[in-house]
Design a protein around this ligand. Structure first.
Ligand code: P6P
Length: 355
């Protein structure tokens, strides 16, 4: 198990990673990467908390800047992406970076280039920022499979650089580390190095993330479902029946579930991790693959949930087994308590048998 020092001297994130790197599956020098990421998250937390004061709410470039997602970029989307990219570059360990805010993966120039691939959504849920609703940074770290050319893959990708893309297209089962930083009533970093999922709370008085939730374990079953029911009529009949049964108590627990939906992935996953239940952004008639991105949203979140004893699927297969075809591909996502996810999968299997 992990080393949990006595609580009189709080365990900072840096100390935790240093003291447990050997028992995790991550290589030693990932400590530098986690240190860079936590610096970036502290900076983003500060920017987010003061957005209204420093005129950083609202759209970047009067809404004329549209990212590859087809979404108007917020000022803080662009800024947090830059903060995270720089922090990772100057870690000296980074080879390739894939971000929700970058059209194509970016290779780190020669003097800094290292052997890791970082995938991240620098500020997920930023559409909630102007209303001061929780947002978050989601990240994952892979080993770089192939050596990448060093110049930036700016607009066009040379055929010789295509293999650089490949180094980002890895299944979540190959993650060395994954985590999120949630900017809410408190700033929390939830991280796994392949040896459990652990939560750290930012102590603003000292500017350090302090271990507050060692070995997080998601309840085997919860009593909360977290779906955007506005899409109900677009869902497949199996999911509609499953959700109706959660509401009516006609499910294995015999209990009626509550609905909690914040509309910010990091906050909805964090609450599911702590309280249990099931979160879903399923595919529907309009968007068969749902809305969430496999590489830097579904996979890191699924990694954390599995490390905490939960399950994550796209309705057909385990999220962590899915090999991405493109950097920004979407996948339906259902994750949460083991018994809740199993019950939904059982209903899907039963339905498929009738086809
Ligand atoms: P909807 C936020 O915009 C986001 O990308 C995720 O954080 C969140 O889970 C989802 O979209 C919410 O989408 O369609 O329910 O508003």
């Amino acid at each position: 198990g992990l080393f949990l020092p006595s609580q009189d001297s709080p365990t900072t994130l840096t100390r935790f990673v240093l003291e447990n790197i050997r028992s995790s599956k991550a290589p030693e020098d990932i400590v530098d990467l986690i240190s860079s990421i936590q610096f970036a998250c502290k900076k983003i937390a500060s920017l987010v908390s003061r957005a209204g004061i420093t005129n950083l709410t609202g759209l970047f470039n009067e809404g004329k800047s549209i990212n590859i997602q087809g979404e108007e970029q917020k000022k803080l989307d662009v800024l947090s992406n830059q903060v995270l990219k720089n922090a990772l570059k100057y870690s000296g360990k980074m080879g390739v970076i894939a971000s929700e805010e970058e059209d194509v993966p970016v290779t780190v120039d020669e003097s800094f280039s290292g052997t890791y691939v970082a995938v991240f959504d620098p500020l997920d849920g930023s559409s909630n920022l102007d209303a001061a609703v929780a947002t978050g940074t989601i990240f994952g770290i892979f080993k770089q499979e192939v050596s990448c050319l060093i110049e930036d893959m700016a607009d066009n990708i040379e055929p010789s650089q295509l293999h650089c893309l490949a180094s980002t297209l890895q299944p979540g089962s190959r993650l060395l580390a994954a985590g999120y930083c949630m900017y809410s009533s408190s700033t929390m970093m939830v991280l796994s190095l392949g040896h459990g999922t652990h939560g750290f709370t930012l102590d603003p008085e000292v500017g350090e993330f302090v271990l507050t939730h060692p070995y997080m374990k998601i309840p085997k079953r919860g009593q909360i479902y977290s779906f955007n029911e506005a899409n109900y009529h677009q869902w497949d009949p199996v999911l509609q029946e499953y959700i109706e049964n959660l509401k009516s108590g006609k499910n294995r627990s015999g209990k009626c579930y509550s609905l909690r939906y914040i509309g910010s992935l990091v906050a909805d996953v964090h609450r599911t991790l702590l309280y249990g239940g099931v979160f879903g952004y399923p595919g529907d008639k309009k968007n068969p693959n749902g809305k969430l991105r496999l590489l830097y949203e579904c996979a890191p979140m699924s990694y954390l949930i599995e490390q905490a004893g939960g399950k994550a699927t796209n309705g057909k297969q385990r999220i962590l087994d899915i090999v991405p075809n493109t950097t920004h591909e979407r996948q339906p996502l259902i994750l949460g308590s083991e018994e809740d996810v199993d019950e939904l999968m059982h209903v899907y299997t039963k339905y498929a048998a009738k086809l």
